[in-house]
Write a protein that binds this ligand. Structure first.
Ligand SMILES: NC(=O)c1ccc[n+]([C@@H]2O[C@H](COP(=O)([O-])OP(=O)(O)OC[C@H]3O[C@@H](n4cnc5c(N)ncnc54)[C@H](OP(=O)(O)O)[C@@H]3O)[C@@H](O)[C@H]2O)c1
Length: 287
């Protein structure tokens, strides 16, 4: 069985490639340009193409059985996703596993959530067998905080105080590979969420303990945060993320025991925790 992975050069897609290979699947990655030699494991095929170019997407799907569909957060995310979905339907792929996001239906004012909700609706309506994965805040996002944590000693993500659901990328990848290589997942939607919520003050305290220094949570002044992010990303993207974090704050982003139990059953083990990730990561940084 051959599976096409979009986003295979990125965080989640790269991990999905590894999990699919472990399960004996053949893997082809759609990439916009030839990845560097050490980027993908041996034996992985590369199809050069762009999700905005249906012709290249159709070529990439030739000889493929199933699709793992991940779209980057871009202004034309919905168009890219529906091109991939429409071509997958036309060429008769047997299954699409789609990477959505936790509580997608409750954040319809957040541009990248609204795109994903529209894609989920298409998956449910147009007949290709599918599985939807809805992960929480990626635990591995916080690898990028090394400078802030080890330098000035701040935890800068405005994730609030109430606690939000997090997801380890390795669990997302396992869930994706299971849905693509085992029976029984057609039409299923799985929340990918760890059992312990994370919060700004909680993460600051945890990193403080692990790094042996005081770490301050910088809080959640969303105007200020969005303004700061405009220096680091396009302003539409800063707006999109601000709407997401503000939504977490206003509406909550908490997982339930039922959602965690369902994921535990799917994976065959408890979801990985933020604390374990932080402990492993702090050790690596110290070394
Ligand atoms: N971060 C979170 O906390 C979180 C939580 C829940 C859901 N999500 C969702 O996760 C997704 C991002 O996952 P990630 O972190 O693994 O992404 P990532 O590391 O940023 O990778 C994005 C991938 O998309 C590919 N790509 C971008 N534009 C493309 C195009 N036009 N045609 C073909 N490929 C294209 C990139 O390939 P190139 O090598 O060509 O650039 C790359 O492989 C988003 O949909 C986001 O909403 C994120």
């Amino acid at each position: 069985m051959k599976i096409l992975v979009t986003g295979g050069t990125g965080n989640v897609g790269g991990a999905v490639v590894g999990e699919l290979l472990k399960r004996g699947a053949e893997v082809r990655v759609l990439a916009r340009k030839q990845p560097e030699a050490d980027k993908l494991p041996a034996g992985v095929e590369v199809a050069i193409g762009d999700l905005l170019d249906p012709v290249s997407v159709e070529q990439a799907m030739q000889g493929v059985d199933k699709l793992f569909l991940l779209n980057a957060v871009v202004t034309d995310e919905l168009t890219q996703a529906l091109i991939a979905y429409g071509v997958a339907k036309r060429v008769g792929l047997k299954h699409v596993t789609y990477l959505s996001v936790f509580k997608v239906d409750q954040f319809r004012d957040v541009p990248h959530f609204a795109s994903k909700l529209a894609v989920e609706n298409a998956l449910r309506e147009f007949g290709v067998p599918y599985t939807i994965l809805r992960p929480g805040y990626y635990i591995q996002n916080d690898v990028n905080l090394k400078g802030a944590l080890t330098g000035p000693g701040v935890y800068p993500m405005p994730i609030g105080t109430a606690g939000i659901a997090a997801a380890d990328v390795r669990d997302i990848a396992e869930a994706a590979a299971i849905s693509l290589t085992e029976d029984g997942h057609d039409g299923q939607t799985y929340d990918v969420v760890a059992s312990t919520m994370i919060s700004g003050p909680g993460n600051a305290a945890l990193w403080g303990k692990l790094l042996g220094k005081e770490i301050k949570y910088t809080g959640h002044n969303f105007d200020q945060w969005e303004q700061g992010m405009r220096a680091r990303m396009p302003s539409w993207s800063a707006f999109d993320l601000r709407m997401m974090f503000q939504g977490y704050f206003d509406r909550g982003f908490v997982s339930t025991e039922t959602e965690v139990a369902r994921l535990t059953k799917l994976l065959g083990h408890a979801p990985r925790s933020y604390e374990d990730f932080a402990t492993e990561t702090a050790k690596l940084w110290k070394a």
